[in-house]
Design a protein around this ligand. Structure first.
Ligand SMILES: Cc1ncc(COP(=O)(O)O)c(C=O)c1O
Length: 359
């Protein structure tokens, strides 16, 4: 085993449905732990994947050319600015594999999505962690750390997981001027579609050649199981990633589904409306229960149970409600709940009330 792998803490994902059902013998489970789309996949995506099944004996076109071309039209950028990956996770991993030598510094925010640290550690990088300021990303401190350490990569998450917070475009512009051009800034926008605040990712890409943006089909399009995401960056940043990638990492079913999902505005609109209404309902419940929460621009809400949350998590689970404990994010008194259907949200609130009331 390489020394870097030996010292890594394994990634602990939210529990999949099957595992929880098997462990607890529960069949009627409300799953609000992985920020999945409660409406399920886009129906158009499903139909396209079904049709594509007939071609499953053939290898996929490795670079997902049709999807890159469609994304290029939607973003008004050349198709060779897009790298389609097996989830955005693959994009993060490739960036680390291609750009990091052992000991190279990278800058990550905390608490935030653990994949950034994970891919850095995998390559034996030196991970410099910059704590959030309040619940927001401390962009000036991150820029300072990147300059002081000569970071190769700097990861940003907007809206941030697990806080759901965002920063304004002008704040990023201000620090991009101070981050060395030799630092690749990776802006993870997995939850961007849920965010109603103005932020022009495209103009940032055009203005800053060292910026990479990552998007996913896992959240708004309800396609987490397909594993489809993409990175947008200059061709000179992207080309080395093509050398290192697994040529068939993205399967043809996912690409067909992704193309169809991009055209399914009705599914997107329904998802956004459900999320908006669900968040208002959850905020009202947290207010009523006197639980502090972080207003979110994403499809989940971080809240404080005012006591060790692992215990509350276990008791919610025994009532068939699965949320995300945040101890691994360094927030032992917090839980993160995905905004579900109206019915799922109501079951979560009823279970939470019962658990906090000592039932
Ligand atoms: C911030 C963030 N980025 C990326 C991902 C993963 O995306 P993908 O499924 O495309 O690998 C997640 C999933 O939870 C996430 O929270």
């Amino acid at each position: 085993m390489r020394a870097a792998v030996q010292s890594m803490k394994p990634y602990v994902p939210g529990k999949p449905l099957e595992e929880v059902q098997r462990e607890l013998g529960l069949t009627d489970l409300v799953k609000l732990n992985q920020n999945e789309n409660p409406l399920g996949p886009s129906p158009r995506a499903l139909a396209a994947a079904r049709a594509a099944l007939m071609q499953v004996h053939t290898y996929p076109e490795g670079t997902a050319r049709r999807l890159r071309e469609r994304l290029g039209q939607l973003w008004d950028l050349p198709a060779d600015w897009f790298l389609v990956g097996n989830g955005s996770d693959e994009v993060f991993r490739l960036l680390a594999e291609v750009y990091l030598e052992p000991g190279d510094p990278i800058v990550v925010p905390a608490p935030s999505f653990s994949a950034y640290r994970f891919v850095g550690e995998l390559m034996g990088a030196r991970v410099v962690t910059v704590p959030l300021a309040g619940w927001s990303m401390d962009l000036p401190a991150m820029a300072e750390a990147a300059a002081a350490h000569g970071a190769k990569l700097l990861f940003l998450c907007r809206p941030n997981n697990p806080t759901g917070t965002v920063f304004p475009e002008h704040a990023l512009r201000a620090v991009m001027e101070r981050i060395p051009t030799s630092t690749l800034v990776v802006l993870d926008e997995a939850y961007r579609e849920f965010d109603g605040t103005p932020f022009d990712s495209r103009s940032l890409l055009l203005d800053y050649p060292n910026l990479v943006i990552a998007r996913t089909f896992s959240k708004i399009y309800g396609m987490a199981g397909f594993r489809l995401g993409y990175g947008i960056m200059r061709p000179e940043v992207l080309a080395p990633l093509l050398r290192a990638r697994d040529p068939f990492s993205v399967n043809g079913l996912a690409v067909a589904a992704g193309l169809a999902a991009l055209g399914d505005t009705e599914h997107v609109e329904r998802t956004l409306a459900l999320t908006r209404e669900g968040k208002a309902y959850l905020y009202a419940a947290f207010d009523r229960l006197g639980l502090p929460y972080v207003p979110s621009e994403a499809n989940f809400v971080l809240f404080d149970v005012g006591r060790p949350a692992a215990e509350v998590f276990d008791r919610l689970l025994s009532r068939g409600v699965l949320v995300r404990p945040c101890g691994s994010f360094g927030l032992p008194h917090h839980l993160r709940v995905t905004v579900g259907t109206a019915e799922a949200n109501a079951r979560f609130v009823a279970a939470l009330e019962a658990v906090l009331g000592g039932e």
